[in-house]
Design a protein around this ligand. Structure first.
Ligand SMILES: N[C@@H](CCC[C@H](N)C(=O)O)C(=O)O
Length: 301
């Protein structure tokens, strides 16, 4: 039988996760590995492979062509992220934290507590800072492609979600990967959504979309000010339902904040099935703070 891992067979890979959004990390510092979409899907297969939501190749920017770098050439390291089906995505907010944790744990970089590194991604360079066991990612500029009209109307796409009755209003957010955020009235409705099948969109997003279902949980005050909270489930483009999505948590917080109108908090605790992250909106930019964990080294046969 031919190996489903023609390029990666015999290599040591590392698994890890950020709030249980899990990844296989492939060291390829000099950019020697051409990993096809079929092989990515085979590695990410939870029954016949290692199993993961995505594969991350750890590669030096200097080994990559300009069109892949998206302006990230100054960053020494590039996160070459692929979804579990082998497709590429512009950015992965949980993945980039795990990526930096991997760089540190494998001795490829030294970053002291309080320090930071800029990582290249297909969405452009992203600064990641280390604070104790947490990583904060400067996620860059966010956009709502429907503009002010969509924010005022509260939606720009109509979504039919499996397991839920009737069409739902969705708000598009790009980070720069595409997201559609749908608010639900309560946690029972959130639990009833069937995310084993794709949702239907009108209009159909041209590049596909990640779908975040959110239930706002209100606001709390602490020493740092007012913090909003929300619970979220996510159906990721190119993957299926995952236990967390970093860009998705930012999209969710941005949409709920927009629905809240002026005076809504800038800081949000986002509760996902795999844990909790903190999203801070700073004008046109947003940061994401959360953990990163490495779980195992595996050799593919
Ligand atoms: N899990 C990621 C997002 C990964 C990419 C996404 N599936 C897409 O295709 O846009 C995150 O943590 O942001």
């Amino acid at each position: 039988m031919t190996s489903p891992f023609p390029v990666l067979r015999g290599r040591t890979l590392t698994t890890g996760h950020g709030t249980e959004n899990d990844f296989v990390l492939v060291p390829d510092p000099d950019g020697e590995l051409e990993i096809g979409a079929d092989e990515v899907a085979a590695v990410c297969d939870r029954h016949a492979g290692v199993g993961a939501d995505g594969l991350i190749r750890v590669v030096r920017s200097r080994a990559l062509p300009e069109q892949v770098l998206a302006g990230s050439g100054e960053a020494e390291w590039f996160m070459d992220y692929r979804n579990a089906d082998g497709s590429v995505a512009e950015m992965c907010g949980n993945g980039v934290r795990v990526f930096v944790h991997y760089l540190r744990e494998s001795g490829l970089v030294t970053i002291a507590d309080g320090g930071s590194i800029v990582v290249g991604t297909r969405g452009g360079p992203r600064r990641v800072s280390v604070v104790g066991e947490l990583y904060t990612v400067e996620m860059g500029r966010w956009q709502m492609p429907g503009g002010l009209a969509a924010v005022q109307a509260g939606y720009d796409v109509v979504v039919q979600v499996g397991g839920l009755e009737g069409p739902r209003a969705g708000l598009g957010v790009t980070l720069p990967n595409p997201h559609t955020v749908v608010a639900l009235p309560d946690e029972q409705t959130l639990a009833a959504a069937d995310l084993t099948r794709p949702a239907a969109y009108d209009p159909e997003p041209p590049e596909g979309t990640n779908l975040e279902l959110v239930v706002p949980l209100g606001e709390e005050s602490d020493a740092a000010g007012v913090v909003g909270a929300l619970r979220m489930r996510v159906l990721e483009r190119g993957v299926g339902e995952t236990r967390s999505c970093g860009t998705g948590t930012c999209a969710a917080a941005l949409a709920v904040r927009a629905w809240g109108g002026p005076g809504a908090p800038d800081t949000w605790r986002v509760l996902v099935p795999g844990g909790e992250v903190l999203v801070r909106v700073q004008g046109e930019r947003v940061t994401l703070t959360g953990p990163a964990v490495l779980t195992a080294d595996v050799v593919l046969r």
